[in-house]
Each structure stands twice: as C-alpha cells, then as structure tokens.
Design a protein around this ligand. Structure first.
Ligand code: URA
Length: 221
C-alpha cells in the first residue's frame, strides 16, 4: 500500500502534515477499534490542533519589529488577515474547539448537509455564516474527506457568499484518494490540509483502512 506521502505527492494542492512518529502514534490510537471514546476524543483533538496550526501557517504575515523586555529589538512577524471557521455539522463541530484554542474568539459558522432521502444526493439543510465572510480566510472543518460530496457542496455555499477560493482551506484528519481527486478537479485553487491519506473507499463509501465513523466515535459512548 502506498504511503500517505506518496499519494500526496501526486496532487498539487494537498498539504500533508509531516508524518512524524508522534503523528503516526496518534493515528494508531484513534484508528484502533479498541480505543474507547475518551481516548479517541483526546488524541483526535491533538491531531486537530496540528491541522489548525498548519492552516495558520498558510496565512499572510508582514515583518514587524518589537522590543523585548531586555530593551532590544526583535525582528518578527505580524499576522495579517481575518479568519473564520466553518464546520460541516455534525462531525465538523468536533474541530471547532481546536480552532478556538489557537484563535481566541474566532467566528465560526455552520453548514448542515445531509443525504436527501428521495435522491440520495447531498442536500443543503442549513447555513449560518459570519456576514463578513467574504473578507475572511475560511477554515472549512470536516474530519473525513471520503467522496467529497458534502465538502464540495459546502464550498459552493462559501463561493456563493463571495469567499475567494484561494482563501479557503479544507482541514480534515483523513482523506481518501477518490475524494481528493474529485474535490481538486472541481476546486483546484482550494488547499486541502490533511493528516493522513488512506488507500481507498469501500463499497459503503467508508475510508479504508480508516477509523470508522468519526462522528459516532467522537460523540457517542
Ligand atoms: N465519514 C466517516 O466518519 N468515516 C468514513 O470512513 C467516511 C466518512
């Protein structure tokens, strides 16, 4: 099976977290079917923090010189650009806290997309977004990029609110090559920031080897 890094190398807009021993250890815990909910939440949250920090690395900065308590100057950087989060309900809400821990009082919008019972296609049920979202960089939050159907519909909503595609970063913990392919073909300017890329989707559209249903494991006992 090709590694996440080998798969990521095939795509232009994939940013894969460095596959360090720490990260692989965290994934080994959350992927394990024997891991109980408190540990799943704790270790998934650690990965979410890493994804958010990586996303923040892609925002613009300007040089800024400050004075330290020793009275000497330090040539540093000033963060530019307003951000907001948009979670795809329900699983994406698990990533909101990680974003808040890195960006105090960040605005977070929500999009609810569910399968339409009649057509079996994803359907937009609800959206609540910051009014000034078109002035912001947007971290789109959904832990699993499987087929990409919900994420693509969420992006359509953001674009309809005049968010510039190059200002959207899609953060997820695990992606399937099929989802990456479809998403990138449709939105080549949008960066996907992920912690792992798995082999494929199975016949139920689950990522394999994967970690199961993220929302169930994060929210249900
Ligand atoms: N959503 C999940 O929670 N798990 C998958 O494997 C695919 C989509």
């Amino acid at each position: 099976m090709p590694s996440s890094a080998e798969i990521a190398a095939k795509y232009d807009n994939i940013i894969l977290l460095p596959q360090t021993n720490q990260l692989l250890g965290l994934y080994s815990i959350i992927r394990d079917s024997q891991t109980r909910r408190p540990d799943f939440v704790f270790y998934a949250d650690r990965i979410i923090r890493l994804l958010v920090e990586e996303g923040l690395n892609h925002l613009p900065v300007e040089p800024k010189t400050i004075t330290t308590p020793t009275g000497l100057p330090y040539d540093g950087l000033d963060f530019q650009g307003k951000i907001c989060g948009v979670s795809i309900v329900r699983a994406g809400e698990s990533m909101e806290q990680g974003l808040r821990e890195c960006c105090r009082s960040v605005r977070i919008g929500k999009i609810l997309i569910q399968r339409d019972e009649e057509t079996a296609l994803p359907k937009l049920f609800y959206e609540k977004l910051p009014e000034d979202i078109s002035d912001r960089y947007v971290f789109l939050l959904d832990p699993m990029l499987a087929t990409g159907g919900s994420a693509m519909m969420a992006v359509e909503v953001l674009l309809s609110r005049n968010v510039m595609p190059e200002r959207i970063f899609f953060l997820n913990l695990l992606a399937a090559p099929e989802g990456i392919e479809t998403f990138q073909e449709k939105f080549p300017q949008i960066k996907i920031i992920t912690g792992g890329i798995d082999e494929k989707l199975d016949e139920h559209k689950f990522i394999v080897p994967g970690l199961g249903d993220f929302g169930d494991r994060y929210y249900c006992i």
